[in-house]
Design a protein around this ligand. Sequence first.
Ligand code: SF4
Length: 361
Amino acid sequence: MNYNEIRRKTRAVSVGDFIIGGTAPLSVQSMTNTDPHDYEATLAQIKALKAAGCDVVRVTVPDEEAADVLYRLKCADIGMPIVADIHFDYRLAVLSAERGADKIRINPGNIGDDGRVKAVTDACRAHGVPIRIGVNSGSLEKHILHKYGAPTAEALCESALYHMRLLEKFDFFDIVISIKASDVATMIAANRLLAARCDYPIHLGVTEAGSGDRGRIKSAIGVGALLADGIGDTLRISLTAYPVEEIAAARDILSALHIAGQSGLDVVSCPTCGRTRIDLIDLSERFRKAAKENCLEDLPVKVALMGCAVNGPGEAKEADIGICGGDGEALLIAHGEIVEKIPEDRIIERLIGELKKLKES
Ligand code: SF4
């Protein structure tokens, strides 16, 4: 899918040398979970995130010492924008802008009077730093919660617009907005409301999605539904896990939607049934492992692993390469043409061999 063909029109916001919104490719973000005072550990985790495909990293800045670490991280040339996550203390937002943060995540409605909001917008403007407003269902403002009685989609959207207007009041428009909720349906509805009411880039995420498959599924539904609507300019998959795992999950979502510039190996495999005469479940797992070991996961190629001749030839025809299972053997199909019949124990080796050829071509 060419995402820009369906994408909601948004402003382009510069985050360091990086662009969020406009027609810039969707970016994947994560957040470090190391002690923000531990420079070495945070740098190591940022490098691991970068190697995994992270585009933008966020670190929490709870005090001045952490702002100093942020400055050292910027000096270390980490190769991607760094976002300072600030809660409540406007002075830390000002300090982070001065110390080289590429973006500040702060909710202006939570930092006090207009003077403080102006101090933050002045510092961000002076240093070319945008602000992300991050509305979260768990920390909705009391007056909005009182009006709606619960963190509904309307309440979350109203909160985002409230923070947005506080920044606009000081002629500050370099804004990215996120509305996150742990309830997937609420998160989707709130972002749809927001998308219709402003043209700022939207950062997508299901907050506190959890761990393992459940966290990934919740995130895939929430983020995926909005992306399929053309809503979203950057995203973070929040998992209760080592942050690097968030990147693989985000890339899988983008890949499943065939979003331009983000696709990797797309493996289509049938669920197997009574007709299957090869061990397709084991073969599929071994194929994924072999593709990873041979660094083929980023190859933008569609592979079909089909159990039999019912749907096999059709799916394999649509793929760049595929197999169609028989009894202890399979047909190897490349670009719709049958190449050869291969015994079951050589299927992985042949597929990997063909993918390597495609990678080199
Ligand atoms: Fe069954 Fe064949 Fe369909 Fe696979 S492709 S589920 S083996 S009918």
